[in-house]
Design a protein around this ligand. Structure first.
Ligand SMILES: [Zn+2]
Length: 232
């Protein structure tokens, strides 16, 4: 059966070659999502080793949190930008699971995930979700959840306002634009949640993430740590 599976996989691979989300080259038989070259050259931040990293600094003064970190550095026209683009707009939610698992393996037994009871992805507006078909941050959360063995919850936060495209606005305008876009939805639970890991795809100004984090802190009376795939 196993051999038949492998033959089948090889056959599918020849008919529908998979492309690397970072550089668009055809992946070899053993590669998934990213080619070996892209994997080797991923600009990992190692922020989990430094509590005063750039992601944490971006959130200082906006919300009180335990730890914050990002897996990758995002620069213009980079490999990481292409990967994020595939995740958000390329109908490739698997990229999120892949990166979630990658980050989960790095963070296992580090202080950032110690005592975390729940992973919460930043929601996108239902209209956007219907159009896109998925929430990319939810897939990142799934990958993390699987490796760290911590449940994730997609019902706690609801996005209530469909904000205008963030990219065309100045930093200050973006901050105003996201005010009050999340609603906390209480859920029945067997025990209290003490520490939530709030996750998103990219942190830019930190405005959206800090507002969502505050909703969780107020709603659950818990501590929050923040993780993103990339730091712009
Ligand atoms: Zn590649």
């Amino acid at each position: 059966m196993y051999r038949l599976d492998r033959y089948w996989h090889g056959f599918v691979h020849i008919l529908f070659p998979q492309r690397c989300a970072g550089c668009d080259t055809t992946l070899c038989h053993q590669e998934r999502i990213l080619c070996t070259t892209c994997l080797y050259h991923l600009p990992k931040t190692n922020y989990h080793l430094d509590p005063e990293n750039e992601t944490a600094k971006q959130l200082w003064g906006k919300v009180v949190f335990h730890r914050a970190a990002s897996l990758l550095t995002l620069s213009k026209s980079s490999r990481v930008q292409r990967i994020i683009h595939h995740l958000k707009y390329g109908q490739q939610p698997d990229v999120g699971i892949y990166l979630g698992k990658m980050y989960g393996k790095i963070l296992r037994s580090t202080p950032i995930v110690k005592g975390v009871d729940l992973i919460v992805p930043i929601p996108i507006h239902p209209v956007k979700k219907r159009r896109r078909g998925y929430n990319q941050s939810e897939y990142f959360a799934r990958g993390l959840s699987e490796v760290l063995n911590i449940p994730y919850d997609t019902a706690l936060l609801k996005r209530t306002v469909n904000s205008v495209s963030q990219t065309r606005k100045s930093r200050a305008a973006r901050y105003d634009n996201v005010e009050g876009v999340f609603t906390f939805v209480p859920q029945r639970r067997a025990r209290a949640i003490a520490h939530v890991l709030l996750v998103d795809d990219v942190i830019t100004t930190g405005a959206t993430i800090s507002i969502a984090a505050q909703q969780l802190i107020d709603g659950l009376g818990c501590e929050v740590s923040i993780l993103t795939i990339a730091r712009a």
